[in-house]
Ligand binder design. Structure first.
Ligand SMILES: Nc1ncnc2c1ncn2[C@@H]1O[C@H](COP(=O)(O)OP(=O)(O)O)[C@@H](O)[C@H]1O
Ligand SMILES: [Mg+2]
Length: 351
C-alpha cells in the first residue's frame, strides 16, 4: 500500500516539474527575441563609446563582461557608474551562469596545447599544457618547476605541428630566477633562432605582491597586441608568502591570492591562453599524518588550478611528476628529465 502511494506522489511531482519546465521554455523564448549580441547593442553604449571600446580590444561581450568598471571607464572615457551598468548588461546578455554541455564541448574544441618537451609529461597532462586553463606545478626547491617554465616559454613559439601554438610568452618572474641564457640554450636545442625566441618572451620582474597583481590586471592589452599564448608566473606564491608571514595575516593573504588567481583564470578563459604557475612547497617531515608535501598556500590554490602537478627530484637528471585532482584526467605519474637541452623524456634503458 505504502508503495502505491509513493508512486502516485512521484507521478504528481513529475507532472508539476513538466509544467514548470514548459513555463521556463516560454520565458526563454521571450528572452531570445530581445537578446543582445554585440557590444554596440548594450544599453548605455553609444556609437562613440562602442568605437572606443572596440579600439581598446573590447570587441565582444565576453571581454566587456569580464572587465572591471575602472578599466572600462578609462578606455571608453565614461564614468565608472556607466561602465558598471554596461558590464552588468553584458553579463546579463551572456547569461554567464549556465551553458549547455554542447557549448562547453565547443569551447573545449578550441583548446590548444603546448608540449612540455617530454611525451611522458605531456601524456599525463592530456597532451600538454592547455589553453583556457591554469596549470600549477608544485614541488620542493630544485624539482624543476622553473625549468619547465623556461621550456614552455620556448615551446609555445613552436608551430602547431611541433607542439606549439606559434605564439609569444608573458613571463612574470617573482624570484629573480628567469635566465635568458637558458632560453637561448633551449631554443638552440630545438634549432630555433635564439634571438627570435628571446624577442617573444616578455619578462617582468615583480617586486612585491601588489606589483605582481597589477602586472596580471594590466595584461589584457599585451595579450592581444603581442599574440601572447602563454602566461607564466614563477612563482605565484613566493611574494605573498614573504610579505604576509604573521598568523593574523593569513586570511588577508589568502583573500588577495584568491583574487589574483581569479584574474588569471579569467585571462585564460577570455583570451584562450595557457597559464602556468609554480608553487614552492616545503618538505615538512614533522607532519606524520596526511601528505607531508601538501602545498603550504594550500587548498585555495588547488581549487583554482585546473591542473595540478606535483614534481619531485629523482636520481640525477630525472624527475617524477604526478598529476593530482584534475577534473578530467586520471591520477597518474611519469618520469622525465632535465638536461642541458631542456625538458626531455627519459630514454627507455634508463627507466
Ligand atoms: N643548464 C642546465 N642544464 C642541465 N640541467 C639544468 C640546467 N639548469 C638547471 N638544471 C637543472 O634544473 C634544476 C633546477 O630546477 P629549477 O627549475 O630551478 O627548480 P625549482 O623547482 O626550484 O624551480 C637544477 O638542479 C638542475 O638539475
Ligand atoms: Mg624556481
Amino acid at each position: 500500500m505504502a508503495e502505491k502511494k509513493t508512486d502516485e506522489k512521484e507521478k504528481k511531482e513529475e507532472k508539476k516539474e513538466e509544467k514548470i519546465k514548459k513555463e521556463d521554455k516560454k520565458e526563454d523564448s521571450k528572452k531570445e527575441e530581445k537578446k543582445i549580441k554585440s557590444v554596440a547593442e548594450l544599453p548605455g553604449v553609444g556609437e562613440k563609446t562602442a568605437e572606443k571600446l572596440k579600439d581598446a580590444g573590447y570587441d565582444n561581450l565576453m571581454a566587456v563582461a569580464a572587465a572591471s568598471p575602472k578599466e572600462l571607464s578609462e578606455v571608453a572615457e565614461i564614468g565608472e557608474q556607466t561602465a558598471a551598468k554596461i558590464i552588468i548588461a553584458a553579463r546579463d546578455a551572456l547569461e554567464m551562469g549556465y551553458e549547455t554541455a554542447l557549448d562547453v564541448f565547443a569551447k573545449r574544441e578550441r583548446i590548444g596545447r603546448i608540449t612540455t618537451g617530454s611525451k611522458a609529461l605531456d601524456g599525463i597532462l592530456g597532451g600538454g599544457i592547455e589553453t583556457g586553463a591554469v596549470t600549477e606545478f608544485h614541488g620542493a626547491f630544485g624539482s624543476s618547476k622553473s625549468q619547465v617554465a623556461h621550456q614552455l616559454a620556448v615551446n609555445v613559439q613552436l608551430p602547431k605541428e611541433r607542439g606549439g601554438l606559434g605564439g609569444a610568452c608573458l613571463f612574470i618572474d617573482t624570484e629573480g630566477t628567469f635566465r635568458p641564457e637558458r632560453i637561448r640554450q633551449m631554443a638552440e636545442a630545438l634549432s630555433l633562432n635564439p634571438e627570435e625566441v628571446l624577442k617573444n618572451v616578455y619578462v617582468a620582474r615583480a617586486y612585491n605582491s601588489d606589483h605582481q597583481c597589477l602586472l596580471v590586471d594590466k595584461a589584457n592589452e599585451m595579450i592581444r597586441e603581442k599574440n601572447i599564448k602563454l602566461i607564466v608566473i614563477d612563482s605565484v606564491t613566493a611574494l605573498f608568502r614573504s610579505e604576509y608571514s604573521g598568523r593574523g595575516e593569513l586570511a588577508s593573504r589568502q583573500q588577495k591570492l584568491n583574487k589574483h588567481l581569479h584574474s588569471l583564470q579569467r585571462l585564460a578563459d577570455v583570451y584562450n591562453v595557457a597559464v602556468y604557475i609554480t608553487n614552492q612547497v616545503m618538505a615538512r617531515p614533522d607532519i606524520l599524518f596526511g601528505d607531508p608535501t601538501a602545498p603550504v598556500g594550500g587548498h585555495i590554490l588547488g581549487h583554482f588550478s585546473t591542473y595540478r602537478v606535483y614534481v619531485r627530484k629523482s636520481k640525477g637528471e630525472t624527475r617524477i611528476a604526478r598529476i593530482i585532482d584534475s577534473p578530467n584526467l586520471p591520477e597518474s605519474e611519469c618520469v622525465f628529465r632535465v638536461t642541458p637541452r631542456g625538458i626531455e623524456d627519459v630514454e627507455e634503458k634508463e627507466k
